[in-house]
Design a protein around this ligand. Structure first.
Ligand code: ADP
Ligand code: MG
Length: 253
């Protein structure tokens, strides 16, 4: 079975700052893959590399068997054209800590925008799907609201619906509940749990250890640009093997 994501010795630097120092990992199709670690350890950078928002400096990164951002001929790598990168990105949904909705568009308009602009769908088709998706995230009554008229949790659920509207094969979540008031976190996690049950492949950067334990199939603890420890969430969270993992978990659990 082809891995949905495969990283082999991935390095990333910003100038002299060496951020990712040889990441190896594999995410299987339909897996909920949780990524945890201290602030600054490179979690967001790694997610951005999967989307080719950042270019890696060494190693190989594959999504669904395809090299991200490059074509390989013999031993040489050739960068893909922007249009080819855009095609790869279409299949990857991303949800950020800050919801990044278009402020001048209603919830519904936010969700139909990319399918119409990027995929050339008709408004009617895009709208029918958007209505289904807004219903699924519990917001069918908010379709006409602007982001400023929605709570943070509602905005984040619109952001999830917007990502799903492109029918991605992989969803990347970068601390999707970190900016939310505590009472709004549950609704967002419930939507993510539902997605997991439907078999969506998801990489989730999160500090929600309860979610990781209950929904995660795999968990990686990253620190200072390396994978320190990985395994089933239950095992890593209850029986961490490395001091760095223990120290981190003692602060967040
Ligand atoms: P995390 O998500 O685990 O908190 P990040 O991936 O956001 O960590 O950041 C890891 C390190 O990379 C940080 O020290 C950050 O300052 C640095 N960094 C991230 N993006 C850039 C950038 N575009 N230019 C320079 N440094 C960056
Ligand atoms: Mg981050």
């Amino acid at each position: 079975m082809t891995a949905m994501v495969k990283a082999e010795g991935v390095h990333k630097s910003f100038g002299a700052a060496h951020i990712l120092k040889g990441i190896d990992l594999e995410v299987a199709p339909r897996e909920v893959f949780c990524l945890i670690g201290p602030s600054g350890s490179g979690k967001s950078t790694f997610l951005r590399c999967i989307n080719h928002l950042e270019q890696i400096n060494a190693g190989r990164l594959y999504v669904d068997g395809d090299l991200v951002g490059y074509r390989q001929k013999g031993d040489k790598l050739y960068e893909l054209k922007d249009s080819e990168v855009a095609l790869q990105r279409r299949d990857i949904g991303m949800v950020f800590q800050r919801f990044n909705l278009f402020p001048h568009m209603t919830a519904l308009e936010n969700v139909i925008e990319a399918p119409i602009q990027v995929k050339g769908e008709t408004r009617a088709v895009a709208r029918a799907r958007a209505e289904r998706l807004l219903d699924r995230v519990g917001l069918s009554d908010k379709a006409g609201n602007y982001p400023s008229q929605l709570s943070g949790g509602q905005q984040q659920r619109v952001a999830i619906a917007r990502a799903l509207a492109m029918e991605p094969k992989l969803m990347l979540f970068d601390e999707p509940t970190s900016a939310l008031d505590p009472e709004l976190v549950g609704d967002v996690l419930d939507v993510m749990r539902g997605l997991a049950e439907e078999g969506m492949t998801m990489i989730v950067v999160t500090h929600e250890m309860g979610f990781a334990r209950e929904v995660g199939d795999a968990l990686v603890f990253m620190d200072d640009g390396v994978v320190v420890e990985s395994g089933h969430p239950r095992d890593v969270l209850t029986n961490p093997q490395h001091d760095r993992t223990k120290s981190f978990l003692s602060k967040v659990l």
